[in-house]
Design a protein around this ligand. Structure first.
Ligand code: HEM
Length: 408
């Protein structure tokens, strides 16, 4: 009941509902204001939505473990994830794995890939345009290049590169109300692992200049002080994760760029006038419309926050996308403004702390080149709103279809 005696609906947050997939940001203001430690009785999870709490949660890996998985389906099983992927291990193992792969993804290492990335993006954009004035920014363009780039880096043969994306899409897709991966999603995961196992076998016999071969050759220090090489499951797990992270997120960011700048044409004009603003525009897109809405953790101990005790062993959603719109962290957070003061708070779109995005430099470079190219080919454009569609996926949000018409 509110003070006027009218009944006020209870705060409700269902990250597996059609409403959430349509507009996740519709849920966050009430969560932040009224239920900063939200409990969902149906699915038995907790959710933190305020910037201060999400940032602290992401940093505190001792309390909020990643080892049980980073989505609800995995965490609620209550067992450590058997497939050791970097994203689902805690320190000290995480530190070992991260230092092993960090050097491939530093801004300097990614800088060396600029020519390959540019050529890849240009090729797919030329195919998308085909000399015409209408195309779908996502379906004809941004679904193709991110997965192509990361699978090239890994050493996946050309004929499998787009197939990797289709397999990942299948594994992440959720119908409203569906938490667990579907049968076809599991089948897709099996196919992807089999492909990587075969590739690892080939590279063990005949190494090449690619990441799979580098991972085979790498020596890692184990917890007990010994050193060893990675086994097939560790390499396949890492390759699967990279393919997934690389395929889904930049795709969504570019779709979001087309939509958001159509709604803010004066800021598109600013980019046309000054390409130097493209990097800050990407940061603002990431804050305003994060491709990754949340990551899930498991509480290792009881935690009491804002008067609510989260028991040990509970799934906890850390809602980074909500934190990035928290008015206690940002001035006018619901306003898209590429010129905003970015130092006001930590942008959590790439996560924070030890698991913060390994591919951030790569994602930023891909997004910068793609946006620069879009500025060239569609300086004036309109979105055909009736053709726009969103994905319904586990933890990633964004547009699957953004048809545009280039104006002269
Ligand atoms: C706009 C694009 C991207 C966004 C918004 C994004 C977002 C994120 C977020 C939020 C996390 C933290 C996960 C957690 O705390 O559980 C993360 C981790 C990660 N991302 Fe990204 N990502 C992007 C692109 C990429 C790309 C292109 C790659 C690599 C090819 C990549 C690889 C990874 C990996 C391997 C991790 C796990 C790191 C670890 O656990 O230490 N990401 N990403």
């Amino acid at each position: 009941m509110d003070v006027a005696g009218q009944s006020v609906a209870e705060v409700h947050f269902d990250p597996f509902s059609a409403d959430f997939y349509a507009d996740p940001h519709a849920f966050y203001p009430r969560l932040r204001a009224e239920a900063p430690v939200y409990y969902n009785e149906t699915y038995e999870f907790y959710a933190l939505s305020r910037h201060a709490d999400v940032a602290a949660g992401l940093k505190d890996f001792a309390t909020y473990s990643s080892a049980y998985g980073v989505d609800l389906a995995m965490v609620r099983r209550g067992k450590p994830v058997p497939a050791k992927m970097i994203i689902s291990i805690d320190p000290p193992e995480h530190r070992v794995m991260r230092s092993l792969v960090n050097k491939v993804f530093t801004p300097r290492a990614i800088g060396a890939l600029q020519a390959m990335i540019t050529e890849t993006i240009d090729g797919f954009l030329a195919d998308a345009l085909g000399g015409g004035t209408e195309f779908d920014v996502v379906q004809d363009f941004s679904v193709y290049f991110p997965v192509d780039v990361i699978t090239k880096m890994l050493g996946v043969p050309a004929e499998y590169r787009q197939q990797v994306r289709l397999w990942i899409d299948e594994s992440l897709h959720r119908e409203p109300g569906q938490i667990e991966m579907s049968k076809s999603g599991m089948q897709a995961m099996t196919e992807i692992w089999l492909m990587y196992y075969e590739l690892i076998k080939q590279r063990r016999a005949h190494p090449r200049d690619d990441m799979i071969s580098a991972l085979i050759a790498a020596e890692v220090g184990r917890d007990d002080g010994s050193t060893s090489t990675l086994d097939d499951a560790e390499i396949a797990g890492f390759a699967t994760l990279l393919g997934g992270a690389g395929a889904e997120t930049v795709t969504k960011l570019i779709g979001s760029a087309a939509v958001t700048f159509a709604r803010h044409p004066e800021q598109w004009q600013q980019l046309l006038d000054d390409r130097g603003l493209v990097p800050v525009a990407i940061e603002e897109l990431l804050r305003y419309d994060a491709p990754v809405q949340y990551n899930v953790r498991r509480s290792n101990t009881d935690v009491t926050l804002h008067g609510v005790t989260i028991p040990a062993g509970a799934p906890v959603f850390l809602l980074g996308a909500s934190a990035n719109r928290d008015p206690d962290a940002w001035t006018a957070p619901d306003v898209f403004d590429i010129n905003r003061d970015r130092t006001e708070a930590q942008n959590l779109a790439f996560g924070y702390g030890i698991h913060s995005c390994l591919g951030a430099a790569l994602a930023r470079m891909e997004a910068k080149i793609a946006l620069e190219r879009l500025l060239e080919v569609m300086p004036r454009y309109e979105v055909r709103w009736d053709g726009c569609q969103k994905v319904s996926m586990q933890n990633v949000a964004g547009w699957s279809h953004v048809p545009v018409r280039i104006l002269t």
